[in-house]
Design a binder for this molecule. Structure first.
Ligand code: NIG
Ligand code: FE
Length: 395
């Protein structure tokens, strides 16, 4: 990380020109002072040595759900595994029951509180997955809430349909019929209503098989939707290789990633999204193969995976710290993982993720001595101000 401007990620003593919500010029104060003609209505902020960074991007969250699973957390502390809880009808299905019973307003109130907490950590873009409704009506309600959050907070929301998160109770023992419903009915309707940008599948022995995953991805692509996967979290199924070869923007979790997966990801420019919060909460001991990803120059993104089961952590800075302490990332890799690489994981790299001409002026000003402070100290640092599409929205 440079103490200047050339890596487009962190700036000190920077000058920016913004028009129509976008950055039109970026450089140093020194360079700016050489110009003598400025637009009359130029707004100036003197950051007095504070740091400007692009708004953080949380590229993998399950933000909209009802209920909580602290009882399962306690069970796990007493030695019951995540898989056992899922097999006993708890886990994701526990949250599905609570979410189905909640009204749109209830879900909105719960989710907006979480989104505001993220904004207070400097996050200006969030991906929100459905997947705690499973049935058509509840999935739609959850995605509607995601849209309402975008309309009411200065945050870009990328919406992902994760109908294939778990097999709904009404389809127990009949997963293929549920996959057909996803492909023939729910996904086309959500795409048609413009409710989703991408489609995700939990490809796992407690989720969906490789063949089911492939079928869902094929249908998504035929509808013009991007694809991404929850893959290699609990076992090596080859879901990452499959997703990458089908053009996935990202594959996520990846503790059980194999060399064949990594090669396919490198070939297809698929981002590796690492979720250290889930690793930590599930007391996983198998590390994702970070060195292999580095060797193959696969871009690594970092996200909270905010959800009530495996990662109830809304603090992206804390998650960046975990990426460093638990996974051995450098501070620079962690920060890039929550900015440029997270943008790539959402296909938004032309809009957000760096401070560059042509991108949205989504900017956070931090009163810190160095950007590494953001990965080091928690609970005290908040943004000095936040700018969203050129407007000061906070501070
Ligand atoms: O990303 N792995 C699958 N889905 C979520 C967890 C869901 C839950 O436990 O509620 C995840 O970790
Ligand atoms: Fe997840």
């Amino acid at each position: 990380m440079k103490n200047g401007i050339s890596d487009n990620s962190v700036f000190r003593h920077a000058a920016l020109l913004i028009e129509g919500g976008k950055i039109i010029w970026v450089g140093s104060m020194k360079e700016l002072s050489q110009y003598s003609v400025f637009p009359e209505n130029l707004i100036q902020y003197d950051c007095q040595g504070k740091w400007l960074m692009p708004g953080f991007i949380d590229c993998h969250t399950h933000l909209v759900f009802a209920g909580n699973r602290s009882n399962e957390f306690e069970k796990r502390l007493n030695g019951v595994s995540y898989q056992e809880i899922a097999e006993q009808g708890g886990g994701i299905l526990n949250t599905v029951n609570a979410t189905r019973a909640a009204s749109e307003e209830d879900l909105y109130q719960l989710a907006i509180r979480r989104a505001k907490a993220m904004l207070n950590n400097g996050v200006t873009t969030i991906e929100i997955k459905s997947g705690y409704g499973l049935d058509h009506e509840t999935e739609k309600r959850v995605l509607k809430v995601a849209k309402r959050i975008e309309a009411s907070l200065p945050i870009n929301i990328s919406k992902t349909y994760l109908g294939a998160h778990a097999i709904p109770p009404e389809f127990k023992g009949n997963a293929d019929a549920y996959v057909n419903k996803i492909c023939d009915e729910i996904m086309p309707d959500l795409a048609d209503a413009n409710f989703i940008d991408a489609v995700d599948v939990f490809c796992e022995n407690i989720g969906f098989t490789l063949a089911q995953t492939e079928k869902i991805f094929r249908r998504a692509k035929s509808l013009g939707l991007a694809i991404k996967g929850h893959t290699e979290q609990l076992s090596a199924m080859g879901g990452s290789e499959l997703a990458a070869n089908m053009g996935a923007m990202s594959v996520d979790h990846l503790e059980y990633l194999q060399a064949s997966d990594v090669k396919a990801m490198a070939k297809n420019d698929t981002v590796a999204t690492l979720l250290p919060g889930a690793f930590y909460y599930l007391k996983e001991t198998k590390l994702p193969p970070i060195n292999l990803l580095r060797e193959h120059q696969v871009p690594m993104a970092i996200a909270t995976d905010f959800n009530p089961g495996s990662s109830p952590i809304a603090s992206l800075p804390l998650i960046l710290n975990m990426a460093c302490t638990l996974f051995g990332l450098t501070v620079e890799e962690a920060l890039q993982g929550a900015t440029l690489n997270a943008a790539k994981a959402l296909g938004m790299q032309n809009q957000v993720g760096t401070l560059e001409a042509g991108k949205l002026a989504d900017i956070v000003c931090w009163d810190i001595s160095h950007p590494r402070d953001l990965v080091y100290e928690f609970g005290v640092i908040t943004p000095s101000w936040i700018m969203k599409k050129g407007d000061r929205v906070q501070g």
